[in-house]
Design a protein around this ligand. Sequence first.
Ligand SMILES: Cc1ncc(COP(=O)(O)O)c(C=O)c1O
Length: 418
Amino acid sequence: MVDLFEKLRMEAGPLAKYSHLPDDYFFFPKLEGEIGPHMTFNGKPVLNWSLNNYLGLANHPDVRKTDADAAAQYGMAYPMGARMMSGNSVNHLRLEKELAAFVQKEDVMLLNFGYQGVVSIIDALVDRKDVIVYDAESHACIIDGVRLHMGKRFVYAHNDMESLEKQLQRATKLANETGGGILVITEGVFGMSGNQGNLTGVVELKKQYNFRLFVDDAHGFGCMGPTGAGTGEAQGVQDQIDLYFSTFAKSMASIGAFVAGDRKILKYLRYSVRSQIYAKSMPMPLVMGVLKRLELLRTQPALREKLWTIVRAIQNGLRERGFSLGTTTSMVTPVLFKGGVGEAANMAMDLRENYGIFCSVVIYPVVPKDVIMFRIIPTAAHTLEDVNRTLEAFSALKIKLDSGFYRQEELVSVTKAL
Ligand SMILES: Cc1ncc(COP(=O)(O)O)c(C=O)c1O
């Protein structure tokens, strides 16, 4: 027998093994100032590419005013209680109606948080007779929802339709035996690689296999498609997505989430999603704030156009300079280098300290051991000048990396600990 806490200390998990590093540089960094491309990090100004503030709404004056006015009018408490008991309001209902129209679905249910919402929706949709088939690179909230499932689950290779079909064959055989159904889960835009989920491919398989499709479009909502209705709209298959989910934490720059689909299944979910039934309703200032953001999404397509202007400029610029952006087909812009964790830390530090540019650096175990990923998130609030400065900086970094500069152990004291 061991002391539980002692065991946890000895067997740090994949990320916890880095927890001895100072808590405010690579992990838990503090970005200060008004949210946008220009913030302060470690006491110095930085050009910031690390926020999913895709449409630049976090600091939009109308959004800030609505948030502040609603907080003053309602406070954060209203309405009290779970939605089902005492926490409903006309504005919650109005927001659901407007969101449903925006994403071209019959009905919507609000969720307090995306992560919990996804876990709980999956839990509500399936019982032990049912089979889940999901993409291997699914977000942690999908994985956790699948972990709750008492029945069988099959994972298919990321975006690989042959692999999906194989798993659907297994799932169909099993479901025929148990008398259950099949739920396929994937994402609209995968937040790390920037790959769009192959929704057209998945939907094509509906012709041969009987399943329901749940799409987590946390990154695509507001950005993808002619009206911003998401990746399903971009690929012309929105009507084939049985349940469409997005968080408000990215393009909407708020907190909360929603799930959309047919009226009957939404009614079922309202009475079954445990993370909502047993939790306090979304506070009114958040509801009013999301209504305003949605109005801006509908009425100001220029925000989306600006985002894509910046996306094209940075992605074309990086590609022209010979950088690998992996397989992205969206705004998410991973820049891939070959190198170890020590080099990654040195590069990130050089970029922050000497070029004044902040973006997230992703290392093993999220990417393979010899890969360094700098993840650039373009937004509508960036300028072409920001893009050019970043292109220059990345070119300089690459020359240094190729020359072995970042292999120097003593380069930065913090990396010695890695
Ligand atoms: C794909 C995906 N799903 C769900 C979530 C969770 O959303 P929330 O931040 O609202 O909990 C995220 C956010 O990181 C995400 O990227």
